[in-house]
Design a protein around this ligand. Structure first.
Ligand SMILES: [Zn+2]
Length: 465
């Protein structure tokens, strides 16, 4: 059945993607596909301005140093605002599809990803993400399911993919909805895949096929945020370096790596400007590893950097501050909105006596507010009112986004912080804004112009040897 699906997929792929492969020795044999999930140009410019004006780095972000810079539009088959499943499918297979569908055309036929195509041609394949390894973006490179949340089915297809290296926070299919173990571990064992956990197993490459997941420092949906600096946690640059070492060991002649900055999207869904900036800088550090590799093998290495869509509609400049952006405020932020929300919930659950002064002390230490950052009296009153409602009256209307549920006081605090920094958001979902494309290496010129997301995988294949 799966073979049939692959054949059908290949037929559709050949219709969707121009098949003019570079058959000679002139194309790329090392391919890096970096996808910043949710990383529209607004968040990139926020990170670059922070990098330049706050960190004082005169060199721009690595992605901005690549010789080709272009645009990409991201609409899905079903909406001008795509979700990550439809966007991942377009970026991986060249087929636009309906929001929610993964690795399938709108009529539910399977479509083949460039990773599968290149694997068939002898490339080693590595997929790395800072979120779950069966989330939409990595999943689009090996799975075919009508609904992106079908973790067990996606995970089984990850096992069947034959790919050399799959790394992320977790796989969700080890247990079913009732929490009973599934046969996923058995399938992984039967396929000869080594499953490794946590940063302590970085550097181990015991078998040709490896899956690397987070240990107890991770959440199921991400390896932890860069801004939370969780001791011993996996990071995107560390996983990227490990994947590269693995592929250089087992597939030194040719390989394809997809690296997803998945936490960029989670931070933007949370409207957490500081966390998003730190995730983009982290993603750019992972990219720098590929860029170093490219500088050593410039005629054989293609790097393509893009995003699956914009999240949050982030823009620098709001009516609160006009032209006075204050990105340096984020320098005082030590916790993500997710971690702060968890802290608020734990305070509520503990039932201990917790006063406004206690909270102000926490905010000063972890977010700068009421410490190095002065808070205007009317702002303090707003925060105090929300504190009273949440912690004294215990009347909480939490905010739900795609990945998290936020305590309402945490929402108010981060709204205040973004206002004071001059960073605006239009949504806690995705936006239809275009996203950047950066490229270097053989075939990079193909990416010039205003791309459609479904064109990118075909251009990568045309650049491959
Ligand atoms: Zn998203």
């Amino acid at each position: 059945m799966n073979r049939l699906k692959n054949i059908i997929g290949a037929l559709i792929l050949s219709a969707a993607i121009p098949s003019a492969f570079a058959a000679d020795d002139s194309g790329a044999r090392y391919i890096f596909y970096f996808i910043g999930d949710g990383m529209g140009m607004g968040p990139v410019m926020a990170a670059q301005n922070y990098n330049r004006a706050v960190l004082g780095n005169s060199a721009p972000l690595t992605m901005m140093q690549l010789p080709v810079a272009a645009w990409c539009q991201t609409f899905s088959y079903s909406s001008p605002v795509t979700d990550s499943a439809a966007a991942g499918t377009a970026l991986a297979t060249g087929s636009k599809t309906r929001n929610g569908m993964l690795g399938m055309a709108p009529d539910s036929t399977s479509v083949t990803s460039i990773a599968a195509e290149l694997h068939d041609r002898g490339y080693g394949i590595g997929l790395v993400t800072s979120v779950a390894a069966d989330d939409a973006t990595p999943g689009a490179f090996y799975a075919h399911v009508p609904y992106r949340k079908m973790s067990y089915e996606i995970d089984c297809q990850g096992v069947e993919s034959g790919y050399e290296y799959i790394a992320g926070a977790s796989y969700g299919g080890f247990t079913d909805k009732e929490g009973r173990p599934t046969d996923l571990q058995q399938r992984i064992d039967d396929a000869g895949i080594s499953v490794l956990y946590g940063a302590s197993s970085l550097g181990e490459h015991p078998t040709r096929r490896v899956m690397l997941f987070g240990d107890e420092t991770a959440r199921p949906w991400n390896v932890s945020y860069t801004i939370d600096s969780v001791a011993g946690a996996l990071t995107l640059p560390a996983m990227t370096a490990d994947c590269l070492a693995h592929l250089e060991k087992y597939s030194p002649e040719r390989f394809f790596m997809m690296v997803e900055g998945g936490n960029i999207d989670h931070a933007l869904h949370a409207n957490d400007g500081g966390a998003a900036i730190k995730e983009i800088l982290n993603f750019d550090q992972a990219l720098a590893l590929a860029y170093d590799f490219y500088l050593r093998h410039p005629d054989e290495t293609l790097i393509v950097v893009t995003a699956d869509h914009d999240t949050g509609g982030l823009a620098l400049g709001t009516n609160f501050l006009g032209y006075n952006n204050k990105l340096e405020l984020y320098d005082h932020q030590r916790v993500s909105k997710e971690a702060f929300s968890d802290y608020c919930k734990s305070v509520l659950n503990s039932r201990r006596i917790y006063t406004w002064d206690d909270m102000k002390e926490y905010l000063a230490d972890n977010l700068g507010l009421f410490g190095p950052l002065e808070v205007a009296p009317e702002r303090e009153q707003q925060l105090k009112d929300m504190f009273d409602l949440t912690f004294e009256q215990r009347n909480s209307h939490d905010q739900n986004t795609l990945y998290a549920n936020f305590n309402q006081f945490a929402v108010e605090v981060f709204r205040t912080l973004n206002d004071m920094a001059g960073v605006g958001f239009t949504t806690t979902h995705h936006s239809g804004n275009p996203v950047p494309v950066f490229a270097a290496g053989p075939g990079a010129d193909l990416f010039k112009g205003f791309n459609n997301n479904s064109e990118l995988p075909g251009k990568i294949l045309r650049s491959a040897r």
